[in-house]
Design a protein around this ligand. Structure first.
Ligand code: DBV
Length: 248
């Protein structure tokens, strides 16, 4: 068992309980990737597995799980709603490196500065956020250009302690995901053409940023080579542009 396996198991179980869950296609060669990295005594094995689902309101629910020993574990878990809902993205980036754990958890808003949007999708999360602040204090600097994509309930922390991840981070992850699925249950489709266009624009802005700035690119390049990595990023992790109908 690795650090984030229980997170993934919990999420998949809950998704099955609460959604009409269907599989989402994972391109061939990307459902599981293995490499032996390093030399001699520093040799180690890195396995990356992909998991993906969809539901009537959620276009893609996907996880990338990197398992490379005690000092290299990642669970990157993102939910991309269908484009006719104004739902935020669920974003989890749970990263363990030799320096420690780096945890990012948020409902990433489509329209961060819109007060009605905040009232709908951020206010209800703030009590959960505040509850965990004490044990999961603010993690400090992060890229300034990424700030526009996070909500005021962005849980961002660093820790060196496995127990913190196994207790507080796991509990926060469960509560954020449950709250997200409450939003999904309540969500009504958007029909206004202008609103639909602004939702599509927000998805593309988010997706292009994440694909371009993916902090895992360097790591994947080292393990699996640039060809596999670019295809993984654009063909699976952040695939919206590939899936959009071509507009005439
Ligand atoms: N991050 C991903 C995917 C990963 C992944 C798909 C499958 O988006 C892993 C793997 N994140 C990952 C790794 C690191 C980070 C760091 C390996 C460490 C990089 C390193 O130190 O070498 C949130 N993730 C980070 C950081 C932030 C996030 C802020 C630290 C700063 C950085 O290195 O850029 N989640 C991340 C992010 C957004 C988000 C930037 C933006 C919207 O949702």
């Amino acid at each position: 068992m690795t650090l984030y396996q229980p997170f993934l198991d919990y999420a998949i179980e809950l998704l099955h309980q609460r959604l009409e869950l269907q599989p989402y296609p994972i391109p061939e060669g990307f459902d599981s990737k293995f490499a032996v990295v390093g030399k001699g005594a520093h040799q180690s094995e890195v396995l990356t597995t992909s998991h993906a689902f969809q539901s009537p309101k959620l276009r893609q629910i996907r996880a990338a799980h990197v398992q490379g020993g005690a000092a290299l574990q990642v669970l990157n878990f993102v939910i991309f709603p269908q484009l006719n809902y104004d739902l935020p993205f669920f974003g989890g980036d749970l990263v363990t490196l030799p320096g420690g754990h780096l945890i990012a958890l948020d409902m990433q808003p489509l329209f961060r500065d819109d007060l009605d949007y905040q009232a709908k999708f951020t206010q209800p999360i703030l009590p959960i956020f505040e509850k965990y602040q004490k044990d999961l204090p603010w993690g400090g600097d992060f890229p300034e250009e990424a700030q526009q994509f996070f909500s005021p309930a962005f849980l961002w922390t660093r820790s060196k302690d496995n127990a913190v991840v196994e207790t507080h981070v796991f509990a926060a992850f469960k509560e954020y995901l449950q709250a997200y699925l409450d939003f999904v249950a309540q969500a009504e489709p958007v029909t206004n053409p202008e609103k639909l266009q602004s939702i599509e624009d927000a998805h593309l802005r988010y997706l292009r940023y994440r694909a371009e700035k993916d902090p895992a690119r360097g790591m994947f390049n080292r393990f699996y080579g640039p060809e596999w990595t670019e295809e993984y990023i654009h063909g699976f992790l952040f695939d919206l542009e590939r899936k959009m109908p071509i507009k005439s």
